[in-house]
Each structure stands twice: as structure tokens, then as C-alpha cells.
Design a protein around this ligand. Structure first.
Ligand code: FAD
Length: 809
């Protein structure tokens, strides 16, 4: 306890927190807080959401009012009062109040928490009144007022404030173009993770201009032109500048305190500056990084609040109550439905720091996939080699992203390793997680890599290896391969690879790739134990690699041709909610057939399989999936109609499918039509060949009277009369089974068999009845449904030889 005077500069996260903690530790002291703006302790993190109307009451942004500071904490608060200079000799600060009058205040300890201000590049037009920033409440008031009349906005900068503003402007119906100088948004992420953020932005209608540094802004009457190197965006009503921040540290610089090259104030472990009577915290300082030991500036509220507390401890007691380890940069942001989080180093920063590192990536459902509502989550870790020490992690997904980042953050703070990640125990029940968390999985994957049981490479390393002669082996199933693959890959499904060992070269590096990395690992184990020495596995698999390739496509379309005439193209919507596979894909195809090249279709579906089906379908059919999001189980895909592919990257993909229907069981016939419709929707010519009992599926209702011999009559009486009369292959329960099944199908909105037949017909599926079986069973063509052809085994073989999918049901 003392009679000291503590002066605090800055009244928001760091300043307000330090002042309050100082009071709790020292009841006798005089505490004076200066804030140059009109408000203290306001929720700057909530500002974008106030602009978007998510936070409706402006008052809710004011977390603690000046009166509370005075009444409860006995802190003298001076708003609209700027600290102009520091006299270190006299231990005074000069302040200028609201009325312009200047005064001098002495201090025993001075805390600087002036924060960081938006960086404003010196470009022509940057000071236009419609070019706005978002730092405080007066800023957001201007933004909200401008938004009222705005139709088109440009957000410059793809960091978290820029993305939050892009989302909230879009939610208010304003068309947003996001301009970013770097090739990606969210630079704490690596590119292969940022592409998922780009997809989310595009799917919500935000136009992305990446690698496009702002050149100038030109006013034309009421509107602005935003000039980029390759394009001018015209008719803009407002620009949000969120290029990054620069420390608001001129006081410290003028007082000759030590600052780094960028102006961040340098402090010791007690947050003391180079003057022991002056402390500094928050966004304006650089503190030794726990990873590299060199000063690191991170503009985040969590660290600012923690520093505030520890700095007050150090002022009153001589040292922080807990040693501050430095900032790990744990952050999470909402980008429409997607949550995007990161902590620690990414692969780029590990590379720049010359650390030998490895990466592991995987994709899993955020909770048990059998429990409703699971959505895809993608996670990546960066670890030191060979020690396995964790360096950082990134997660994108729809639910539970923050939880994973928090776990990684705690492990990083305790020098955790990938082995710790493999063994950490998580709370599990199906609605929340899986028995093995995605982070456990990453721990297993990285541990295998370190133990030499696998050799992980990312998509870039794989590309480089292939360029240098490595063979890319796709170990997914033939069906997956036909739905899309990396050009140049050969396909040996992992379960069959033992039978193809002679076809794989032992003298060349082999790069294995599956969907996410698991089957690649399994195939790798087989190959290594069979004498293949140089085997690698693409971490994150096709899902990661394909996402990067899709990004290239999207960028070509969005900005490769800046003058592309988009006018006249239409955007239509399709509601396929409630339909089960292949319903959404079939409806999608039918709708797309009605569009012109360049038109867009926004499809909404709830069948979880649609998420991956639509990607493959687009790839096979030459259309572009511009974005896909999922919100509480509702998948929204935006597809741009392209020229139909003459030859796609995977030559097999447009081959035919033939399905032999041998059975007259209801469930088997149903499965046959589901597959036929799915294949037809993906552009494959499909032939269904009905033979023996399968002919019952094609019988007309009502039955046509025809003349039959004795055996024909016998078969006619024994066989189901038509497709409505079929029984289940098991659990038939004297005919109750099919009824129950049909009612379930109705409830689950799965089309009935007859509708599936009609859909298949509409999709040009060929139905061939086997002549030989008809002869044996005494069935005539007149008894069969319209549109059915009669053919022999030759017809079937002819069709089968054109195809790459051949099924017997
Ligand atoms: P600030 O909170 O910026 O406070 C500094 C104050 O000092 C300012 O009010 C300034 O007016 C005042 N000041 C400066 N110089 C003087 C002077 N000479 N005299 C008097 N007063 C002065 N972080 C997260 O972790 N998560 C988020 O979701 C998040 N969202 C954000 C959204 C927005 C729009 C913004 C702007 C920031 C967001 N942040 C977020 C960052 C977070 O708000 C900052 O990291 C945190 O507020 C830093 O605290 P600080 O005390 O260092 O600086």
C-alpha cells in the first residue's frame, strides 16, 4: 500500500485492466487514467458485429462506464483527453483535455497501453471520407451511417477484422469485394488451410481479389473507383481499410524509450520499458516470442488483458504474480459459418526461422459421424523434427474449432510434443466428439512420421517430387478415383495393392495419396515391408490437394480475366433439402441442364454426402464449385456452369456404367436405381441390364394380358406382379417389411422405386431386358414397361466394354 500516483495511458483492454488491478492491489494510491477517445473499456472486438446488426444495442459495446471506474474503483478517468508527451526527468506527462486546455500530471509509475492503430498507406484518395477504419466506437458510428446508403463496398485487407467486416457488410445486403495484397487471406494460416476460408467467402457472395495490392482510390461524384493492378472496381459507396495495424507509440518514441524497427515498445519480463518507471503492455509492445526468443508483436485482446494484470502486479509488488511466457497467438475468427483458428507457428514461419519441421494434416467429422449434424473439420499441426515438439496448429470447421485451438495452446505453453497430442484425453460422447479427437489423430499421424513408420509430405512437396520423377499412386477406390483425381496419378486401391507390386517401380520414389492420408499410410506400410524404400504419403490427402487445385480454378475464374463480361449471367437457386442421395445430385443435374454457360446455381441440401458428391460432380462435368458452406447441417453449394468437358483430367471419369439387376428383391432393386441415378447425374451413360428375377422390376402395372404356355403361366403367377409387389431380401415379415420400408422412405424423403425409375428414364438411363431370361420365363415385351429395350448378352457386353463401372445386383 502506498501514496503513489499511477498514471495509465489508454482506457481500453490493457489500460482499463491495469488500472483496475492496480486498485485491487493498492487501495491507497491515486490512479489516473487518460483516454483520448470518448469511451473507456469498450468492446472493440464487438464492433464488426454491431455494424452487421448482430449486436443491436450500441450501449452493449460499453463494457464498463467511466462512472463505474470512479465509483467502484476510485479511479480518476479522463476521456477525450490525450497524453501529449512524457518528461522522464520530472516524471510528468503533459495532457490536453476536451476543452483544448493543457495540464501536467506527475507519476510514480506510468503505464502505456496506447494500442495499435489501423495502418493507412500513403496512397492517392486514401483520405476520402468514404474510406473508413474500424478501431473504436466513433469509427463504427461512421461505418454504420455510411452503410445505410451503401450498395457496394470494398474491404481492403483479409485479416480477421477485414473478414469480420466483409461478413457483416454482406449480411446487411451490401455487395462486398475483398482486396488482399497477399495471395491468401488470414496469414496466420498456411495456404492449404486458407483455401477453405476463401471457399467460405466466395460461397457467401464475397468477391475475392487476392495478390491485388490497392493502388489508389478515385472519387467520381457520389461513388468511388478502387484501382487495383489488374482491375478497377467501380461504383463503390464505401471502403473499409483493414490492412493491418501499427503501434500507436509516438509517445514512447518521442520520450526516447527503446522501440523496435516498426515502433513497437520493447519491455522486459516485468513489462518495464527502458525507463524503469514506465511500463508498457498490449498491442503497442513487442515481447520475446516463446518460440524464437526474439521480440514479437501480437494484436490480440487475450494477451493484452493478461499483461495488464501482470504489469500491475509488477508495479506494486516488484514482479508479476505469474511469469509471462510470451504470446502464442491463439486466435479464432468467424467467417460466415466457418470458424478459423490458429496458434503458434505455421509452416511458413517455421521455415523462415530455419527450424527443421514437419506437418500433419487431416480431415474428420467434428463429432461421431453417425450422430446427426456432424460437419467436416480440417486440422494441421507443425512440429519440430526430430524432437516432435509442437510448434503450432491451425483448424477450420463449423463446430468445436476453438476447443481444438485451446488444447493446442495449452500444450504449446507446456512444451508439448506430438506424442502428448496422441495421448491427451478428451471428453467424449457422440454429440461432441469422437473416441479419437482430430488432435489425437494428428498426434498418431505425426508420431508415425517421426518413428519412420510413414514419411509425410504435403501437396507442395509431392508436386516437387513428381516433377523430379516420383510416381503418384492414388490408393483410393476405383469409384473415388473416377470421381476426380490428381492429373498423372495411377490408381491402385490400397486393399488391392499387394496384387500389383510388380507394376510399381522399386527404383523410383513413390508418393501415395488417398482421401485424407489414412489409406496412404496403410498402403505405405505394405510397400515398405515389401522392399520399397522410397515411399511417401501425402498428408491431408486428396481433400487438401484438391482444395488447393480448386482454389486455382476459382482464382482463374474470378480474377484471371478481369474484363470478363459477367453481365447477363443469372444466379438461380435450388432447394434440395430433405432429399437423400442421389436425389440432390439428380435435381442438380436437371436444373443445371437448363442454365447457360456462366450462370450460377445456389443449391441447398441436407444430405451430408452431398458435400463431397457435388465437388466430384462438378469436376467430372466441367462445372465450377465456387464455394460450399454448411450451417447447422444445411449445405449450400454455389456452382458456376462451365463448358461441358470434352476430356476431363481423369480420362476414365466420363466412361459408362452398367448395372446388372438379377434380383427381384425390393431393397436390391432400390439400390440399383440409386446407383444408376447417381451415375447418370455425374454424366455417365448408364445401362441397366435386367435378367432372370430382375425382370419382375420391369413388369407393367396393371399387367398386360398375353398368351403364355404352361411354364410361362407358372412363372407369371409366382413372380412379383410389378415393382410395387417386390419383397425385402430380409426382414420381409410377410409383406410388412416393404410397407415399413416405403413408409420410412417417405418420411426420410427418399424417392419411391417408381419415381426412381422415372427419374432414371428422364436421365436417359437405358433399360435392357435380357432376351434369354424372358424366353425361359415366358415373359413377353408387351408385359414390360414402356421404354424398355430387349437385348442379349452381346448388347450387355458391348455396353460393359465401354464402361469403367460394372455392378451386379
Ligand atoms: P486498445 O484496446 O486499442 O486501447 C488503446 C487505447 O489507447 C485507445 O482507445 C486509444 O484511443 C488510447 N490512446 C492511444 N494513445 C493515447 C494517448 N496518447 N492518450 C490517451 N489515450 C491514448 N482481439 C482478439 O483477441 N479477438 C477479437 O475478436 C478481436 N477483435 C477485434 C476487432 C476489432 C474491430 C478491433 C479494432 C480489435 C480487435 N481485437 C481482437 C484486438 C483487441 O481489441 C486488441 O488486441 C486490444 O484491444 C488491445 O488492447 P490495448 O489496450 O493494447 O489497445
Amino acid at each position: 500500500m502506498s501514496n503513489k500516483t499511477y498514471v495509465v495511458v489508454g482506457g481500453v483492454a490493457g489500460g482499463a485492466g491495469a488500472a483496475a488491478r492496480l486498485r485491487r492491489l493498492d487501495e491507497e494510491a491515486r490512479i489516473v487514467l487518460y483516454e483520448k477517445g470518448p469511451y473507456v473499456s469498450f468492446a472493440n472486438c464487438g464492433l464488426p458485429y454491431y455494424a452487421g446488426g448482430v449486436i443491436q444495442d450500441r450501449e452493449r459495446l460499453l463494457v464498463t462506464k467511466p462512472e463505474t471506474f470512479t465509483d467502484v474503483f476510485d479511479i480518476e478517468v479522463h476521456t477525450d483527453t490525450e497524453v501529449m508527451s512524457i518528461d522522464r526527468e520530472k516524471k510528468t506527462v503533459k495532457v490536453r483535455g476536451k476543452d483544448g486546455k493543457e495540464s501536467v500530471q506527475t507519476y510514480d509509475a506510468l503505464v502505456l497501453s496506447p494500442g495499435a492503430k489501423p495502418f493507412v498507406p500513403p496512397l492517392p484518395g486514401i483520405d476520402d471520407p468514404a474510406v473508413l477504419q474500424v478501431r473504436n466506437i466513433p469509427d463504427i458510428d461512421k461505418v454504420v451511417a455510411t452503410m445505410k446508403k451503401a450498395k457496394k463496398a470494398v474491404v481492403v485487407g483479409g485479416g480477421f477484422i477485414g473478414l469480420e467486416m466483409a461478413e457483416n457488410l454482406t449480411e446487411k445486403g451490401i455487395a462486398v469485394t475483398l482486396v488482399e495484397a497477399a495471395p491468401q487471406c488470414m496469414t496466420p494460416l498456411d495456404y492449404d488451410m486458407a483455401v477453405f476460408v476463401h471457399q467460405s467467402l466466395r460461397s457467401h457472395g464475397v468477391e475475392l481479389r487476392l495478390s491485388s495490392p490497392l493502388q489508389k482510390i478515385v472519387r467520381h461524384g457520389e461513388k468511388l473507383d478502387v484501382v487495383l493492378p489488374d482491375k478497377t472496381i467501380t461504383d463503390i459507396d464505401m471502403v473499409i481499410l483493414s490492412i493491418g495495424v501499427t503501434p500507436d507509440s509516438h509517445l514512447a518514441k518521442d520520450a526516447k524509450l527503446d522501440v523496435d524497427k516498426k515502433g513497437y515498445i520493447l519491455v522486459n519480463e516485468n513489462f518495464q520499458t527502458s525507463d524503469p518507471s514506465i511500463w508498457a503492455i498490449g498491442d503497442a509492445i513487442a515481447y520475446p516470442s516463446p518460440f524464437t526468443g526474439t521480440p514479437w508483436a501480437v494484436a490480440l485482446a487475450g494477451p493484452a488483458n493478461k499483461m495488464a494484470r501482470l504489469c500491475a502486479d509488477a508495479i506494486v509488488t516488484g514482479k508479476p504474480s505469474i511469469a509471462y511466457p510470451g504470446t502464442y497467438g491463439a486466435s479464432v475468427a468467424k467467417v460466415f459459418d466457418l470458424a478459423v483458428g490458429s496458434v503458434g507457428m505455421n509452416a511458413r514461419s517455421a521455415g523462415k526461422a530455419d527450424i527443421a519441421y514437419g506437418v500433419a494434416v487431416t480431415h474428420t467429422p467434428d463429432h461421431a459421424s453417425y450422430y446427426p449434424g456432424s460437419t467436416q473439420m480440417t486440422a494441421k499441426i507443425v512440429y519440430e523434427k526430430p524432437s516432435g515438439k509442437l510448434l503450432g496448429g491451425q483448424v477450420v470447421g463449423y463446430h468445436g474449432v476453438d476447443k481444438r485451438i485451446d488444447v493446442l495452446s495449452v500444450l504449446l505453453a507446456h512444451n508439448g510434443t506430438v506424442q502428448d497430442l496422441a495421448s491427451f484425453e478428451q471428453a467424449y460422447a457422440p454429440p461432441y466428439n469422437s473416441a479419437k479427437d482430430i488432435l489425437n489423430m494428428l498426434g498418431f499421424i505425426a508420431s508415425n512420421d517421426l518413428a519412420g513408420l510413414d514419411h509425410l509430405v504435403d501437396y507442395q512437396q509431392a508436386e516437387e517430387m513428381i516433377k523430379n520423377g516420383a510416381v503418384l499412386v492414388d490408393v483410393r477406390t476405383k469409384m473415388e478415383f473416377s470421381l476426380g483425381s490428381i492429373p498423372g496419378a495411377v490408381n491402385y486401391p490400397h486393399a488391392e495393392i499387394r496384387g500389383h507390386l510388380d507394376e510399381l517401380p522399386k527404383d523410383k520414389p513413390i508418393v501415395l495419396m488417398c482421401a485424407i492420408g489414412l489409406r496412404g499410410h496403410i498402403a505405405g506400410r505394405i510397400l515398405r515391408q515389401r522392399g520399397f524404400k522410397d515411399v511417401s504419403n501425402v498428408t491431408g490427402g486428396y481433400k487438401s490437394w484438391h482444395a488447393v487445385l480448386q482454389e486455382k480454378d476459382a482464382r482463374t475464374l474470378h480474377q484471371g480475366d478481369a474484363n470478363m463480361e459477367e453481365k447477363g449471367n443469372e444466379t438461380l437457386t435450388l432447394d434440395a433439402c430433405g432429399l437423400q442421395c442421389p436425389g440432390p445430385i439428380v435435381s442438380l443435374k436437371q436444373k443445371m441442364d437448363t442454365l447457360e454457360v456462366g450462370d450460377r446455381l445456389v443449391v441447398k441440401a441436407t444430405d451430408p454426402g452431398f458435400r463431397s458428391d457435388v465437388r466430384s460432380w462438378c469436376q467430372m462435368t466441367g462445372n465450377t464449385l465456387e464455394g460450399i458452406t454448411e450451417d447447422n447441417g444445411m449445405i449450400t453449394a454455389t456452382i458456376k456452369k462451365g463448358e461441358r468437358k470434352e476430356a476431363c483430367s481423369v480420362p476414365a471419369c466420363m466412361k459408362a456404367a452398367t448395372i446388372i439387376v438379377f434380383s427381384n428383391d425390393f431393397d436390391k432393386a432400390l439400390a440399383a436405381f440409386v446407383l444408376a441415378n447417381g451415375a447418370a447425374a455425374s454424366g455417365k451413360p448408364v445401362t441397366m441390364f435386367f435378367t432372370f428375377w430382375g425382370l419382375s422390376v420391369l413388369r407393367k402395372r396393371p399387367a398386360k394380358k398375353v398368351k403364355k404356355d404352361f411354364m410361362g403361366k407358372m412363372f407369371g403367377a409366382m413372380l412379383p406382379k410389378n415393382m410395387d409387389d417386390l419383397s425385402l431380401s430380409s426382414m420381409n415379415f410377410c409383406g410388412m417389411g416393404p410397407k415399413m420400408m416405403k413408409s420410412r422412405m417417405k418420411k426420410k424423403q427418399v424417392s419411391q422405386l417408381r419415381t426412381m425409375f422415372e427419374t432414371a428414364k428422364a436421365n436417359n438411363v437405358r433399360f435392357i431386358a435380357c432376351q434369354m431370361s424372358m424366353d425361359i420365363m415366358g415373359i413377353t415385351k408387351d408385359e414390360l414397361l414402356d421404354g424398355v429395350e430387349v437385348g442379349g448378352v452381346g448388347t450387355y457386353m458391348g455396353e460393359a466394354s465401354k464402361g469403367d463401372v460394372n455392378l451386379f445386383i
